[in-house]
Design a protein. Sequence first.
Length: 202
Amino acid sequence: MAALACDIYEWRLARREKGPLHVVVPSGTGTTALFLARHAPSGVRVLAVPCVGDESNLRSQMSRLALASGGAGMEDGCASSLEVLLPPEAVPFGTPTPRLLKVWREAAASGVVLDLVYGPIAWDAMLNSEAVAQGADVLYVNCGGHEGLYSQLCRYRRKGLLCDGEDPQLLLHEVLTSAKSRGRHASPHASPHASRPNDDQV
């Protein structure tokens, strides 16, 4: 996480960003968000989006992790740079829904390939956040999971949520090809990276 925090610092430096930066992190146990917040440069606030349980569950897990790793729970040194950002709609973990598929398609159209479990929940929360509404600088940490996209799209097809005749393999190929042409990290084997929404989304 120190390396990611350093990347964020260098990204801000290259862009000559001086205002506050909100970094949105899809969260299960909150490990990435917690340790990123510990190493966050000045002016960076980490927004952890609960994608597995609710806010209480996420805070509890991050607090236990903070204690186990030598901190003082959620009130340790990272408290001022870490908060929980709630998604606009609660979704049982891993459940295919029309809204999540719509969000995934929209992100893909902008050149950002998300996974279909954590990604759409966090991306939706980001786009509906106060930070975005106020025009603040927002960075989204894409945590990977692309290897599971085909199987997830098959689940969406079995649920009848893909368009008639839409093939998961062809859809995935189209999405990855489109994102690659936009110069984003589109490989299903890409390492974790950060993506900023298009200007018309911020």
